[in-house]
Design a protein around this ligand. Structure first.
Ligand SMILES: [Zn+2]
Length: 364
């Protein structure tokens, strides 16, 4: 696949992709005159929309900060892709087969794209482990909470076996270097070398709004595991815990289609799963950190800023959960939206609530 992408293909893909769809998955857009849409700029902080998209000409422009460009520019700025990666991603989106010209420059392979690839490969490997005999304890954990194999697959849940080098060996065989696996936070550095970070745990891939896996959340299962109940990927180039909301990749479409737009913020991975499976497909959760200003910024772009959006916080009914809910509620002060704190009947968390009362809606 060496060589550069044929210019005709670059143009063709750009013409076929709807820039409003691509941007609309990250930014809530609404009509703003003929042939124009607008929303809150994802490149600077603002309260009233000055970010304009013109689908017919395939162009966006922010009157606030001056950012502008086509769909490829947007992806490069927003997702930090190389130009080649941006074209490849859009081609994949529309099922277009790209042609590479001989003799040109080789496609850029950025460090970032290697880390995305390592995370994708790790997620795949964890998933294959969930069906092994060693993962029985993990499948039981899911089963007791009402999650079957289909639910696990929908959320990409996997299993990290107890050994020290299962993932390390598998990904090394696939050509990833130690440095790449360390940079992705998949292995830890010990005195005698590197070893798997996640061992004997259920694994949830944490995806950015684009659907790309940026990290993992791992639940302790074994009695002799002295680590924390939930262990996440450490801060990496891709994973910043204050800037990611678990489930947003799955929720964004239904959030942006809602009238009013509504986001339900729950506390953990299993709560997000329970909500989505019970028909509340706009649920998201923070990943091992309190809900804060950066999370609000992400939500603000998705729900828009016209004052009609609703943010519903539902936290565990215990004292710590109540405290977190109140703190989160306070963080929405800058958002022109109505926020609520929902407390479940009889102090049940969303996962228990679905088990005891849940009636999944049809077609979800
Ligand atoms: Zn701007």
């Amino acid at each position: 696949m060496a060589g550069r992408i044929a210019q005709a293909d670059i143009d063709e893909v750009k013409a076929r992709v709807d820039i409003a769809d691509v941007i609309g998955e990250r930014v809530a857009l609404k009509p703003a005159g003929i042939g124009s849409l607008k929303g809150l700029c994802p490149f600077h902080d603002e309260r009233s929309p000055s970010f304009n998209v013109r689908p017919q000409v395939g162009f966006y422009h922010c009157f606030g900060c001056g950012e502008s460009g086509d769909v490829y520019t947007f992806l490069r700025q927003m997702d930090h892709l190389t130009f080649t990666e941006a074209v490849e991603r859009m081609a994949a989106r529309i099922g277009f087969t790209l042609h590479y010209e001989e003799g040109g420059a080789a496609p850029e392979t950025s460090g970032r794209s290697r880390l995305y690839a390592a995370n994708a490969a790790a997620g795949e490997w964890f998933r294959t482990q969930l069906v092994t005999p060693a993962a029985d304890i993990g499948r039981r954990f899911l089963g007791e909470r009402g999650f079957d194999a289909g639910a696990a697959a929908h959320f990409g849940v996997g299993f990290a076996p107890k050994g020290w080098s299962g993932l390390l060996d598998a990904l090394t065989k696939q050509g990833f270097t130690r440095d790449e696996l360390l940079a992705a936070g998949l292995v830890s550095q010990g005195q005698r070398g590197v070893y798997d970070r996640f061992r004997g745990r259920l694994i949830w891939p944490i995806r950015a709004i684009t659907g790309q896996t940026v990290g993992f959340g791992a639940r302790r299962l074994l009695e002799d595991d002295t680590g924390p109940k939930y262990l996440n990927t450490p801060e990496t180039v891709l994973y910043k815990k204050t800037q990611v909301l678990y489930g947003l990749d799955l929720a964004k479409r239904d959030i942006s289609r809602g009238d009013p737009r509504r986001v339900v913020v729950v506390e953990g991975y299993t709560d997000v799963m329970a909500c989505h499976l019970a028909g509340v497909t706009t649920a998201v959760a923070t990943c091992g950190t309190a809900f804060g200003a950066d999370h609000m910024g992400i939500l603000r772009r998705v729900v828009g800023d016209d004052g009609s959006a609703e943010v519903v916080f539902t936290f565990d009914p215990d004292a710590a959960g109540q405290k977190a809910a109140v703190r989160a509620f306070a963080s929405t002060k800058g958002l022109a939206a109505q926020s609520f704190v929902a407390v479940a009947p009889e102090g049940l968390d969303p996962c228990d609530l679905r088990l005891q009362r849940g009636m999944p809606r049809s077609g979800r």
